[in-house]
Design a binder for this molecule. Structure first.
Ligand code: FAD
Ligand code: SIN
Length: 516
């Protein structure tokens, strides 16, 4: 059951869609989404997309803010590329139909977020991602060269490994030939592609509390790692300082940083301001600092949340700029025009991932990665707010240009065996999977969170090893399902976070250890 395509795109968020729309002008495309096209982290983005639009903002200022947030371990060339190409990429999103808010003068209304020295965030009210996803989805669905596969789960990449070669004996480069995909009829398709793009997003679900939708299970990073691609910087997990405190809700609802940009400030449950003790920018300090400060205040007081006080923002602005947050809070009995909002940090963004170069190329031939799954070098030790949608647009464009220029030279690899399901007889018990997932999330939350230590990391490593072995055994015996694959991927990426955190013997950016 093999299928051939010029371009295989795994993921339907901003990264996958931008790439797909560009390569589809030159060849045929299969675009895969694990649920429906629209269900992505992209859809939940609130604050907006950072881009230099008008003076007094300059590329140099945005570059400097990005490097400062990233603790200067960003790749400066990549930072320069991303920021200097920001205006072009944003214009393209607008041409595809995205509507960003404007002022009566016709200029775009720009917001400000933590770590930004200027107002430079283009937004659509407080649901920018929804608007971007809407525009891209409509454009993709109308493109005759793009074949959309919804509710299809990519299991693993095809490389020389699947041809029965022991990877250790491969002399030249590892090459990617496509992927094995489990479809909604429980068939496993062998998708042969000249060029493969991984755009599978983040991995927030390795933690108990995350802003990420349930699709964010680190699948792309795990499958690339299994195929021996280089990965990096996974110890830098960004916790968003302000998710709505509502313990029974998964994923956690975000309270955008743009609200602090508009004047909201953080207070303890007793109503005292505290951010000035931690940073001169107060509530608008970079995210790692704000999240750690909240964590510390909660530990000192024993409280389960702090407050975000929006009383400095006018009622008109609250209702016009933040209608989704207003409606959500009101449903829970919080009227943000009068009340403070209870907030807690939540796992939000993976700064690391599959290592890519300036054309989005991974270390595996004909395999690209873009968006949250990739590590381009832009973010360094901590991502500047609203730089991720931008990064995805810039590197999907660059990957597309590179793939277009070379895909005709690549022959489909026809010598790939069908998926081997022999020996898999067990219909795994769901309880084994759900319980292991809970254990994993508890390990990561308790030992690999905002504040780390050597002893906690070692404990996490040892505990995870047990779940890893149990899950590998179960996977080998089980009839393949999305649930067992996701659990395996979550464990793989959690292992990488812990391993890279153990290797980093310093406190820097999002990796903060009491031992250094
Ligand atoms: P996603 O948009 O997550 O898309 C992933 C795609 O991969 C999905 O289609 C999924 O189905 C598919 N997929 C995953 N695994 C598989 C598999 N095994 N098989 C098949 N398909 C698979 N960033 C900003 O710059 N500005 C913001 O204002 C902002 N706000 C945010 C608010 C929230 C609540 C969240 C969660 C994130 C926010 N971010 C923001 C971060 C940003 O939204 C994400 O980093 C970005 O959207 C990721 O885009 P992506 O295309 O890489 O992945
Ligand atoms: C937010 O709106 O606060 C999220 C912005 C981001 O994650 O970049």
């Amino acid at each position: 059951m093999s299928v051939k395509t010029d371009f295989l795109v795994i993921g339907s968020g901003i990264a996958g869609m931008v790439y797909a729309l560009k390569v589809a002008e030159h060849g045929n495309v299969i675009l895969i989404s694990k649920t429906v096209l629209e269900e992505t982290s992209t859809k939940y983005a609130q604050g907006g997309i950072a881009a230099v639009m008008y003076s007094p903002d300059t590329y140099e200022k945005h570059i400097s803010d990005t490097l400062k947030a990233g603790a200067q371990i960003n790749d400066e060339e990549i930072v320069r590329i991303t920021i200097t190409e920001s205006t072009e990429r944003v214009k393209e999103l607008i041409e595809w139909g995205t509507k960003f808010d404007k002022e009566s003068s016709g200029r775009y209304n720009l917001a400000r977020e933590g770590g930004h020295s200027e107002f430079r965030i283009l937004h659509h009210k407080d649901n920018t991602g929804f608007e971007i996803q809407r525009a891209l989805t409509e454009t993709v669905k109308a493109h005759s060269n793009i074949s959309v596969w919804e509710n299809c789960f990519t299991i693993d990449l095809l490389t020389q490994h699947q041809k029965g070669v022991n990877l250790k004996e491969i002399k030249g480069e590892i090459e990617c030939y496509g992927a094995y995909v489990l479809n909604d009829k429980n068939e496993i398709k062998t998708v042969l592609a000249r060029k493969t793009m991984i755009a599978t997003g983040g991995m927030g679900n390795i933690y108990q509390t995350t802003t990420n939708p349930i699709i964010a299970t680190g699948d792309g990073i795990a499958m690339a790692y299994r195929a021996k691609a280089e990965v990096e910087n996974l110890e830098f997990v960004q916790f968003h300082p302000t998710s709505l405190y509502n313990p029974r809700e998964t994923p956690s609802f975000l309270i955008t940083e743009a609200m602090r940009g508009a004047g909201a400030i953080l207070r303890t449950r007793k109503g005292e301001k505290f951010m000035h003790k931690y940073h001169e920018l107060g509530s608008l300090a970079p995210r790692d600092i704000v999240a750690r400060a909240i964590d510390n205040e909660m530990k000192l007081s024993g409280d389960e949340y702090v407050y975000l006080d929006p009383s400095k923002i006018s009622e008109t602005e609250l209702l016009n700029h933040f209608p989704s947050i207003y409606a959500k809070c009101l449903k829970l009995g919080i009227d943000i025009t009068k009340d403070m909002i209870p907030v807690v940090p939540a796992a939000h963004y993976a700064c690391g991932g599959i290592k890519t170069d300036k054309y989005g190329r991974s270390s595996i031939k004909n395999l690209y990665a873009s968006g949250e799954v990739a590590s381009t070098g832009l973010h360094g030790a901590n991502r500047l707010a609203s730089n991720s949608l931008l990064e995805a647009a810039v590197f999907s464009h660059r990957s597309a240009m590179n793939a277009i220029s070379s895909f005709k030279e690549v022959e489909h690899e026809l010598n790939i065996p069908e998926w081997d399901a022999e020996g898999t007889v067990l219909n795994e018990e769901m309880i084994l999977i759900t319980q292991s997932k809970k254990e994993l999330q508890s390990i990561m939350t308790n030992y690999v969170g905002i504040v780390r230590s050597n002893i906690r990391l070692k404990r996490a490593y040892d505990r995870l090893a047990i779940i890893y072995q149990e899950t590998e055994d179960l996977y080998d015996k089980s009839i393949l399902s999305e649930e067992i694959c996701e659990l395996r991927n979550l464990i793989n990426v959690a292992y990488l976070v812990i391993k890279l955190a153990m290797r980093r013997k310093e406190s820097i950016g999002l990796h903060y250890s009491i031992d250094y």
